[in-house]
Design a protein around this ligand. Structure first.
Ligand SMILES: [Zn+2]
Length: 595
């Protein structure tokens, strides 16, 4: 009894100690966007509004609200994009003035279409509560009803539906509300916002299929970011210098961003650029790789915006900021969306060559960097007896700091655009994933011999720990020209299609988001036939006796390469790899380039 009592007491102390994590001081805020909150007697008030933004609705409550709203508003229709591992529908709400509720009819509409998704990280759920308020005001509430005259709106309230129900008061330690939130990853502990290229998860397969079918003109992914403390409450950005979608980038920079900034400021918010953790070396505007939503959109020519509200701001402020951003984006699209449609069309016809695969910040090359005033929060760095190093303390006082801005506009790695890629039938799972992306894949109905370039993968380095369920690998690809026979059932994937850049990103082994680097081709790194050492010894003696050049090479290697000299395996392999008994396809990447 005594022991139980002690445990109970300990549990109580623990709970009260952790009821609110020791966050840096809150900055007082009273923005004009508070006017957008429904009054208590409004029949359509949301859970977040009703609870003064202490709570966010559960999955069931969210779906129930949307069902009622769809019944009351004929311009809304709920569409299931698929069902999660735990059996929850992933809903998308279509808001269309003309009730165009299929991909085919919606695409024929002259109006541009905005797709906003929330809850890809289910604890970062601002976009869901903002979207519920937005749908109300587009319909029964009436405040923004006219926006649907000029644009269509697609809304995914919760992408990570299982993670959304994995709830706790402790899931988002760095975040000011709501009190109970969902979890970052899905039911298999996979991060959906790393899955856009490899497509392991039901949820991302669902949204990628929706992007391919519904073809939104603008795609917005809403998050909440932690990291440093600063004044901005709504930050947003896009991939600005990959070269995949330059016309869309121009539209977002010249047309969209100024409108979002002015709408947010007018409603009392503090919009800013995406802020990295470390600003000491200046602000780098990064190109996110296509495993992320907005990097993926960029690679497939869907203009895509990443929105990150700031976790240290109160939930009310974050939701209202996200709401103002949605409203402003739909308005911008209604006014200027035809120009964006033309821009995206031109981007999809570009056939970029060479195809860039990685970038670096243009820091070298002289000249004075562009400078920017950043709205930060004063901090100090003091020694810590806890960690034994320094700690940062944020002091709650706004400061303006001038910093250099760097853009990742230099291509660090690129490949010449292949005419096509060939996939043998043994790797049909790769072709299947390409098809989910919407990539046109041709299945060959008879065996063909093709002149191709193939890659021998030298010096593979496997990551020491799994990442997103995969052990990643990087290797040095070396081109070999080969005449290769592709059996019946092989696939030819032309790059002369709008998704040709994405094809290259997925299939070039040097590409960080290739299937190869994600670990889909590990079997090719195995040696699967064996030779006995005593046979290699005998072969080596014969080879040395008959080939003086080989002997010279071996002796030189012994004299100059200490690791080689000390490794019996390497010394034997030196000979074995030069015999016809060695596997000629070892480390040969099976997907070929048609040059
Ligand atoms: Zn996130």
């Amino acid at each position: 009894m005594l022991a139980m009592g002690k445990n109970l007491l300990l549990a109580l102390v623990t709970t009260s100690l952790f009821a609110q994590a020791p966050l840096p001081p809150a900055i007082p805020w009273n923005g004009k966007s508070r006017e957008l909150i429904a009054k208590a007697d409004n029949k359509w008030i949301t859970v977040a509004e009703k609870t003064a933004f202490r709570a966010t609705p559960t999955y069931e409550q969210t779906v129930a609200y949307l069902r009622q709203l769809s019944l009351a508003a004929p311009e809304l229709r709920m569409i299931s994009l698929g069902r999660s591992a735990e059996g929850r529908d992933i809903w998308m709400v279509v808001a269309s003035r003309d009730r165009l509720f299929t991909p085919e009819t919606l695409q024929r509409s002259a109006r541009p279409t905005l797709l906003v998704q929330a809850g890809i990280h289910a604890g970062e759920i601002d976009g869901k509560d903002a979207g519920l308020m937005f749908l109300r005001e587009l319909t029964v509430g009436g405040r923004w009803r006219t926006l649907l005259d000029r644009a269509n709106f697609l809304f995914v309230p919760i992408l990570n539906v299982d993670g959304h129900e994995h709830t706790s008061t402790y899931n988002r330690v760095n975040q000011r509300g709501p009190e109970v939130t969902g979890w970052r990853t899905n039911a298999r502990n996979l991060n959906l916002n790393r899955d856009y290229t490899k497509l392991d998860t039901i949820e991302v397969r669902a949204i990628v299929a929706a992007l391919d079918q519904w073809k939104p003109d603008l795609y917005i992914d809403t998050h909440v970011t932690d990291g440093a403390d600063y004044q901005y409450d709504v930050t947003f950005g896009w991939n600005e210098s990959t070269g995949y979608s330059p016309q869309a980038v121009r539209w977002m920079r010249m047309t969209l961003a100024p409108q979002l900034n002015s709408s947010l400021r007018a409603m009392g918010h503090i919009p800013g650029p995406l802020i990295p953790d470390d600003l000491t070396q200046g602000l780098t505007i990064a190109n996110l790789p296509p495993r992320f939503s907005n990097g993926y959109g960029d690679a497939r020519h869907i203009p895509s915006l990443l929105v990150e509200t700031h976790s240290l701001k109160p939930y009310e402020q974050r939701v209202l900021g996200t709401l103002v951003l949605m409203q402003s984006a739909l308005q911008a699209l209604g006014q200027e969306g035809l120009a964006l449609k033309r821009a995206a069309m031109r981007d999809s016809e570009l056939r970029v060559n060479p195809v860039p695969l990685a970038w670096r910040a243009a820091k070298e090359g002289g000249g004075t960097p562009e400078m920017i005033d950043l709205l930060l929060i004063e901090s100090r760095t003091i020694p810590s007896t806890i960690s034994g190093t320094n700690k940062t303390e944020y002091l709650g006082k706004p400061v303006t700091v001038r910093r250099a801005v760097y853009h990742q506009s230099e291509v660090a790695l690129s490949v010449p655009r292949a005419r096509a890629y060939w996939i043998p039938p043994a790797w049909s799972d790769i072709a299947d994933r390409l098809k989910i992306h919407g990539i046109a894949v041709e299945r060959i109905s008879d065996a063909r011999e093709v002149d191709v370039d193939m890659y021998r993968l030298r010096d593979p380095k496997f990551d020491p720990a799994p990442f997103e369920g995969h052990v990643r690998v990087a290797a040095t690809p070396q081109i070999e020209h080969r005449k290769e026979r592709f059996p019946l059932g092989s696939y030819r994937v032309s790059t002369d299609q709008p998704l040709g850049e994405l094809v290259t990103v997925l299939l070039e082994p040097a590409s960080p988001d290739s299937f190869l680097q994600w670990g889909f081709f590990h079997p090719i790194f195995q040696r699967t036939e064996y030779v006995e050492d005593y046979i290699v010894e005998a072969l080596a003696e014969q080879m040395l006796a008959s080939d003086s050049a080989l002997k010279g090479e071996f002796d030189k290697r012994l004299a100059t390469d200490e690791a080689f000299r000390a490794s019996p395996e390497q010394r034997l392999d030196f000979f074995y790899s030069r015999t016809p008994y060695a596997d000629p396809r070892w480390r040969l990447y099976p997907i070929a380039r048609e040059p």
